[in-house]
Structure formats: C-alpha cells, structure tokens
Design a binder for this molecule. Structure first.
Ligand SMILES: [Zn+2]
Length: 226
C-alpha cells in the first residue's frame, strides 16, 4: 500500500530496513539484494551510499546549501561562491544536484545511490559522489560498466544517465523501475506546490515564482527539451 503523500517523502510506512540505517521499499530491497549478490559473484562490491530520504532530510539539505553551510557545485563539479549568487541563480545551482524538498526520487524508497565499496576502500575510503569517480580511471568505473550490462535484468534504470538541462548526470543513482512507476503516477504539481508553501524553506518565494518552470525541468527531469 503506497500512501497518496508518500511521493512527497511525508510517509515512510511502506519501507523496510536493509542494513546500515538504509531503508527501501520491500520489492526494491529484494531486487537490490539479488543484484548485489550477482555483482559480488562477478567481483563488484555494490553497496548503498544513500537510499530513502524523507521530506525533512531533503529540506535540511536544501536550506544548508542555500546558506552556504553545504558546498554548491556547478554541473562540472566546480565550486560556486554561494554568497555571490542571486536568489534565482542559487535555486538553479541547487537543483542541478539536489531535488526540491518533496520532489526527490529518494522520497520513494525506490531509488538509491551506489558505489563499489571494496575499490573505494582500497583507494583510501573517500567518496565524493562526483562524475570522475565513475569514469575511466575512477574507483567505480568497473562497477559503472557492470551496471551498463546488468542493471536492466534486475529491473533497475538510471534516471539521471544524461543531463538534458535538468538534473546533472548521476551514474550512481539507480531506480527500481516497476515500483518507481507507481510513484511517478502519483506526482502532482499542485500537491508539491502546497507542500513547499507550508515548509520553512530558504528561497521559498523564488521557488514558488519559478515553480511552473522548475516542476517539469527538474522534478520530472524533462530538462530544457520540455
Ligand atoms: Zn541519488
């Protein structure tokens, strides 16, 4: 049973624990564990960096990026000077890498960020979740190749495989398609707008003024082709 407000990250009753504090939808957990053991048999140590995040976690990330407490990067992973940006520029900069509170696929328990733990540990254990780590020469490149070949047979897709002018490329972000489709069907711009109106969120008035553009571009990730 998926609650009507679960897509906004306001309901976590449909989730199950998968270890290390991570939570996923039970169907997604089962599919991930099956894929993880398949990968392990082929020498890939696929582990979760981030899984379910509720609305308030996402709101906290948003607010800390807004104030400069967390760093802001451009789409090429170059740091931006938060304080020199206008409010509009800040909204676009945050949305390149972080979703609106209520608009994250991580709210669903169907999506997760993954890495190759054994290889990252062998390289000193530091992971920044940047593109270069999943490209040739990076510790997660072999895993990225393995996922190219095997994600689909386990029901997973990568919704941020390409930057279309919306969310940046995130090779580490997986989505379990059969269950995610049920959340995609629940998405509704008016419900999200109301949720943001009621949140204690920095930049809220700017977000609401731009909302009709931001929703298809970043929440639906249709990018600039929309
Ligand atoms: Zn992610």
């Amino acid at each position: 049973m998926i609650h009507a407000d679960a897509w906004l990250g306001l309901n976590d009753q449909h989730l199950t624990e998968v270890g290390n504090g991570h939570q996923l939808h039970p169907d997604v957990a089962a599919a991930f564990l099956a894929m993880q053991s398949h990968a392990a048999n082929e020498g890939q140590d696929i582990q979760i960096v981030s899984s379910y995040r509720g609305f308030h976690r996402q709101l906290s990330i948003w607010n800390r990026k807004w104030t400069g407490e967390l760093p802001l990067l451009d789409e090429n992973d170059q740091p931006l000077d938060t304080h020199s940006l206008t409010d509009e520029q800040k909204v676009y900069a945050i949305l390149t890498w972080s979703a609106l509170p209520g608009g994250s696929r991580h709210h669903w328990g169907t999506d997760l960020d993954v890495f190759d733990k054994a290889t990252v540990d062998a390289c000193g254990g530091k992971l920044d979740l940047v593109d270069a780590e999943y490209r040739e020469g990076g510790p997660c490149f072999a895993l990225a190749n393995w996922m190219d070949a095997h994600l689909a047979e386990h029901g997973f897709v990568r919704p941020f495989l390409q930057n279309n002018g919306g969310v940046a490329t995130e090779l580490w972000h997986l989505s379990y398609a059969p269950t995610a489709a049920r959340f995609e069907a629940l998405r509704n711009p008016e419900q999200l707008r109301k949720c943001i109106e009621q949140a204690e969120m920095h930049g809220k008035l700017t977000v609401l003024a731009l909302f009709d553009e931001l929703y298809p571009r970043y929440v639906l990730n249709e990018g600039l082709t929309a």
